[in-house]
Design a protein around this ligand. Structure first.
Ligand code: GTP
Ligand code: SPV
Ligand code: MN
Length: 667
């Protein structure tokens, strides 16, 4: 579908000679970029015709941005182009082979993760400003991004990637369509794995203007001043124009705009706005950084669905893909739906539903192995088409490795390169820096995950029985505590966080709060967001049970994890669902209901007595300290609903009462 305009006369002074890696790529393609000027209007039209793009608004949008970024050629992409694009990327050295049907890529060394301080939500309405969303005015940010992107795709191909962030036929499909423009072929290959890609997905737009305009320009990565005061990168969602403009990265959520820019930030905004259009019974929908799984008790035939938010790198992928622990595997089956994003709404029958808008998994590689996440390993086997990014690579054997894949790195280091491409054999003695980047990832499709749910693409979504929140906390949070009241559940989500890892990151024991695990993805103010949560979930005729889980409690003496985690985590969820179904009662504490030691099914698992006791109890003093931090955290939010404050006061009072009772007992 490529339209080559290399025969046209050059009008640009910018030959792209100084564009670092791009020059090498395009030369390798033999596209003659030195002579290719900006693509002409006629050539763009031709590419759109070849790509069967008939929607006049999409055509005008592509034309408009082509005049700004000035690519040498335009190509419309579909998932069917994958094999050809992979072959081109291998030829160009953008990908390297990592075994049969597996690929390796390395991103620029200063471009290996999202950058929260460079990420902005812009609208025309000042009241959309929150504590965390880096709000700016739309006009200002659009102008700034046009300025940054101008001419920056010179010599490159602009790929037009039409995509859908939902299963086909979803009641939320109206909010799911988008067209990403990108000048980066590996980004296209990631999009094909992470979203449903092809113009046919946009054929049935209720309104031809209902698509997200998502523009990605890579930029001259070695010269963007990443992390300096001259940083040129900006990742902007102009939410009220449904426009996403990302400049200065080729990595993950910075560059695959369907995923978090659309699937979370834009959808967060649309979810509230959609109430006016009658979506979700007039309440709208929620877009959350949530995993989604199904659990079936094969003995009773009962089936539940659990959705839940954990901050980035806190265990969503691992939980979503989990298998039941061996000792319980005969009885319970876990089905995978999604690992990073869920959209939730109330269906016509009054129940709360959830679906995963993504088509693939962009999972953390570190510690993925046969014991922790066997299904992930199966999803990245030869022939799966998986792409590894920033792990260690051996070009001779085409193997990949990351910390925790095996207990020790390969003993024969011959040929092994670390994530920067530097030979392990050349390392100074005593150099213990990781072979793989800590945020290195694998990209594979949902369908490759062996325990993907049979109905993972069902447009109706699945009914949600439980909503869980979980952070990394070493000492205060028990293994699981259930919350049965909606406002207290939303309050718990708003006060979710992970402990500061170094004293310098914050006060000792104080959390880096991450409301609902949405801190980097919120599109509008936290108080209004809390209100939207109360309205959407409050409208459900059957309320989900809420819970806070923690797999990361540690023994302060020797630092060991008190809970084995990973597959064993299912045991906490089974208790929660039994509680919801009235089969157990648990033990009531000021901060929720925790399991008794007898109620938790520990068949085939040995947890030392002292660890179990700590996992199932509440440290009232630590909690009282936390309540003061929470009050300060919540006080930052404008228009926080009174129900949330009331929930805070109830929990605080219950803790004071518990402390008093304890003091009385001591006397
Ligand atoms: P994002 O994709 O960044 O949103 O992360 P995520 O929430 O999906 O986190 P993921 O499941 O990839 O886990 C992040 C890291 O935590 C990995 O290195 C996991 O091995 C580790 N991890 C996940 N679950 C557990 C657990 O139950 N116990 C312990 N100790 N570590 C875990
Ligand atoms: C996260 O950082 O939470 C991710 C990876 O899931 S990214 O898509 O880059 O945001
Ligand atoms: Mn994530």
């Amino acid at each position: 579908m490529s339209v080559d305009i290399s025969t046209e006369t050059s009008t640009s002074q910018d030959t792209g000679q100084d564009r670092g890696q791009d020059t090498a790529q395009d030369t390798a393609q033999g596209m003659g970029q030195d002579t290719a000027g900006p693509v002409s209007v006629a050539a763009v039209n031709e590419a759109l015709d070849v790509g069967r793009v008939t929607n006049p608004y999409v055509r005008a949008y592509v034309q408009y941005w082509a005049t700004i970024t000035e690519p040498a050629r335009v190509e419309v992409v579909s998932a069917l182009d994958d094999a050809r694009l992979v072959a081109e990327a291998l030829d160009a050295g953008e990908l390297q082979p990592a075994g049969h049907g597996l690929y390796y890529s390395r991103s620029y060394s200063k471009d290996t993760a999202r950058s929260e301080e460079r990420t902005i939500v812009a609208t025309d309405d000042e009241t959309d400003a929150g504590v965390y969303n880096n709000w700016r005015r739309g006009d200002e940010m659009v102008a700034a991004q046009i300025h940054r992107m101008a001419g920056q795709s010179a010599g490159r191909t602009m790929y037009v990637v039409p995509y859908l962030m939902s299963p086909e036929g979803s009641p939320l499909a109206q909010y799911a369509a988008g067209v990403q423009l990108t000048d980066n072929r590996p980004v296209v290959l990631h999009m094909i794995r992470m979203a449903r890609v092809g113009i046919e997905h946009l054929d049935e737009l209720p309104d031809p203007m209902d698509f997200v305009k998502a523009v990605h320009v890579t930029g001259d990565l070695p010269n963007l001043g990443q992390g300096t005061p001259e940083d040129q990168r900006y990742f902007v969602t102009v939410a009220d124009r449904r426009t996403i403009l990302h400049f200065g990265s080729s990595y993950g959520g910075n560059a695959l705009l369907g995923k978090i820019a659309h699937g979370l930030r834009q959808a967060c905004f649309d979810g509230r706005a959609s109430a006016e259009h009658g979506v979700g019974g007039g309440r709208g929908f929620l877009a959350e950084q949530f995993m989604l799984l199904g659990i079936t008790d094969t003995v009773t035939g009962k089936r539940w669905h659990v959705a839940g938010g954990f901050p980035s790198a806190s265990g969503k992928t691992n939980l979503a893909m989990t298998l039941a622990p061996d000792a319980l595997g005969e009885r319970y089956r876990v089905d995978f739906y999604g690992d990073d994003i869920a959209w939730l709404w109330v269906g016509d029958d009054g129940r709360l539903y959830a679906m995963n808008p993504e088509f693939g998994v962009f999972g953390v590689a570190k510690d993925t192995n046969a014991a922790t996440n066997p299904t992930a390993l199966e999803a990245i086997t030869p022939g799966s088409g998986a792409i590894f990014t920033n792990v260690a690579y051996n070009p001779t054997t085409q193997e990949v490795w990351w910390e925790g894949r095996t207990p020790e790195p390969p003993t024969d280091v011959t040929g092994w390169l670390d994530w920067k491409g530097e030979a392990i054999a050349d390392r100074e003695p005593g150099d213990t820096s990781p072979w793989a980047h800590p945020n290195s990832r694998f990209t594979t499709t949902l369908a490759n995950v062996p325990n993907v749910a049979a109905d993972f693409e069902a447009p109706a979504g699945v009914p949600v029985d439980a909503i869980i929140f979980g952070g990394r906390t070493r000492d205060r949070e028990p293994l699981v505590r259930a919350v049965t009241d909606l406002a207290e559940g939303v309050y718990d989500g708003l006060t979710l966080g992970a402990e500061a890892t170094f004293a310098a990151d914050g006060l000792d024991g104080q959390l880096r709060y991450d409301p609902m695990s949405m801190r980097p993805f919120l599109a509008y103010g936290e108080g209004d967001y809390a209100r939207h949560w109360l309205e959407v979930v409050g409208a459900a005729t059957e309320q989900p049970i809420f819970a806070h889980v923690n797999w990361f409690a540690k023994d302060p003496e020797d630092g060991h994890f008190r809970w084995p985690g990973y597959r064993e985590n299912l045991r906490a969820l089974l208790w929660l669902l039994a509680l919801k179904d009235g089969e157990v009662t648990g033990h009531r504490t000021p901060v929720g209901i925790v399991p008794t030691a007898e109620e938790l099914d520990l068949t085939g698992l040995e947890v030392p007595e002292a660890d179990l006791e700590a996992l199932l109890s509440i440290d009232t003093e630590r909690w009282r300290q936390e309540m003061a931090f929470r009050a300060d955290h919540l006080a930052q939010f404008e228009r926080l609903p009174e129900e949330i404050w009331a929930a805070h006061r109830r929990v605080a009072q219950a803790l004071e009462d518990a402390a008093e009772t304890a003091a009385d007992l001591e006397e």
